[in-house]
Design a protein around this ligand. Structure first.
Ligand code: AKG
Length: 451
């Protein structure tokens, strides 16, 4: 079996496979599962067993991934690695978020910000992320995004500050940190560049895997209801249904893959991941794109346009540089393009033949939760829509295709549920190109980290 095929040449990817970890360890301390012949072992689905083309795959987990779109690798990271990630993140938050210090390093630098930015995935996502320089600037840095409920917005001037009750324990206010954690020397970088990760990706068919982004998600425990009687606690920290390739698109085909490392046990009660097996074959439903009305046709980021900073000395990035473009700074930076109804056009750089053929897969829960997703643990609407929960232990890795429909509910326990996530794509060495329309662009042509 040649390992030189592209990721897209596998049909796609598995039905809740849970692989028994092998005892093998890489010399960098991260477990790898040399499961080329192993399979099954307690997964939540039914993808095991040989099928007509099993000899096509280099391993059982590869076949499983291709079949249903995800695999579950128990004990991928050791307890020490998990503990180190959690401690490191807490330290970063305390040292860097909303402090007066600010690093000048160009990669994965910290950034202090008086205003507090939030993160959300509901119908206000364009308002939150689609208008934020802090979000766009986070590509190569570690930026911090709070839960909306932890932030006070001044009614008069719209300024945002962290509520008093979170100031002495800032880590409990956060939704996520990203998107350049892997660029900073330390545990996140070590894990990202470990042999275990690159071996896994190559086994799954990646030829030139690169890492556009990493993030740490906090999934806070349930807040007290006494002071929040009017709050919709069921939406706290919810990640609505989406496909990661919506945000991390490549051409001529989608190659995004998510590596979701549990840093706490994840259960239905605390907001584990739910996935819809097989949905990775349905094509991408939406694309989160830079808005030409804001950026002009070049789609290039012009720092400070949003907040009226003077960019006249910012060589090559002035707000007027795109001759012929009509730009409107008030227009959102990012917008969603619907690929389920768009009549696709093969001249458009972002439209692939793949999507042209598979753009009739609208789902009513896109960017939302399916109807009757609650209450837990029964979640009738989720099962009805075809989702299955993927509970896992701290240190387990969930690997899923960028087109796999997934979501997570609120955390109904009192403790946070942390994860560290990498998103990888094929690089140019595999003939794959990062979309210029993606929100995430590295400055000055800096390439993504190769694995
Ligand atoms: O960790 C979670 O709750 C969901 C994360 C997720 O779906 C994502 O970031 O794409």
């Amino acid at each position: 079996m040649s390992m030189m095929r592209s990721a897209a040449s596998y049909k796609s990817w598995a039905r809740g496979q849970c692989f028994t970890p092998s005892s093998s360890k890489t010399n960098d301390g991260f477990t790898i599962d040399d499961s080329s012949s192993s399979g099954g072992g307690g997964g939540s689905g039914s993808g095991s067993g040989s099928d007509d083309n099993s000899s096509f795959y280099p391993s059982e987990r590869c076949r499983a991934f291709d079949t249903v779109g995800y695999i579950h690798l128990p004990q991928f990271a050791s307890a020490d690695v998990v503990a180190s990630m959690k401690t490191t993140m807490e330290q970063l938050v305390n040292d860097e978020w909303m402090t007066s210090s600010s690093s000048t390093s160009t990669t994965a630098s910290s950034s202090s910000s008086a205003a507090v930015e939030t993160f959300r995935t509901d119908d206000k996502q364009v308002d939150a992320q689609g208008r934020s320089d802090y979000f766009l600037d986070s590509a190569t840095k570690i930026h911090y995004f709070a839960e909306p409920y932890a932030v006070h917005t001044d009614k008069n001037n719209g300024s945002t500050t962290l509520k008093e009750e979170y100031r002495c324990n800032k880590v409990t206010a956060l939704n996520k940190a990203g998107h350049g954690l892997h660029l900073r020397p330390g545990i996140f970088h070590e894990y990202t560049t470990s042999t275990a990760i690159s071996t896994l990706l190559r086994e799954l068919g990646y030829v030139d895997p690169v890492v556009p982004q990493s993030m740490y998600i906090f999934k806070q425990g349930r807040r007290s209801t006494s002071t929040n009687d009017d709050a919709d606690l069921d939406m706290d920290g919810v990640v609505t249904s989406h496909q990661d390739s919506t945000f991390l698109s490549t051409t001529p085909h989608q190659t995004c893959i998510g590596l979701w490392l549990a840093l706490d046990d994840a259960t239905i009660n605390n907001g584990c991941l739910w996935v819809r097996p097989g949905s990775h074959d349905e094509g991408i439903r939406r694309q989160f794109v830079r808005n030409p009305k804001h950026f002009g046709c070049s789609l290039e980021y012009q720092h400070g346009k949003n907040n009226n900073e003077d960019t006249s000395n910012d060589s090559g990035r002035s707000g007027d540089s795109n001759e012929g473009d009509t730009v409107n700074c008030a227009a959102p930076q990012m917008i969603f393009r619907d690929l389920t109804t768009t009549t696709t056009n093969n001249d458009e750089s972002t439209t692939t033949t793949d999507e042209t053929q598979r753009n009739n897969n609208a789902v009513p829960w896109e960017g939302k939760l399916p109807e009757n997703s609650l209450p837990i643990p029964d979640c009738p609407g989720l099962y009805k829509a075809g989702f299955v929960p993927l509970p896992c232990k701290a240190g387990d890795l969930l690997v899923f295709a960028g087109a796999l429909d997934h979501l997570s509910l609120a955390n109904y326990t009192s403790n946070a549920r942390h994860t560290f996530q990498l998103h990888c794509v094929e690089g140019e060495g595999a003939g794959v190109v990062w979309s210029k329309e993606n929100w995430l662009q590295y400055p000055n042509g800096v390439p993504f980290m190769k694995l």
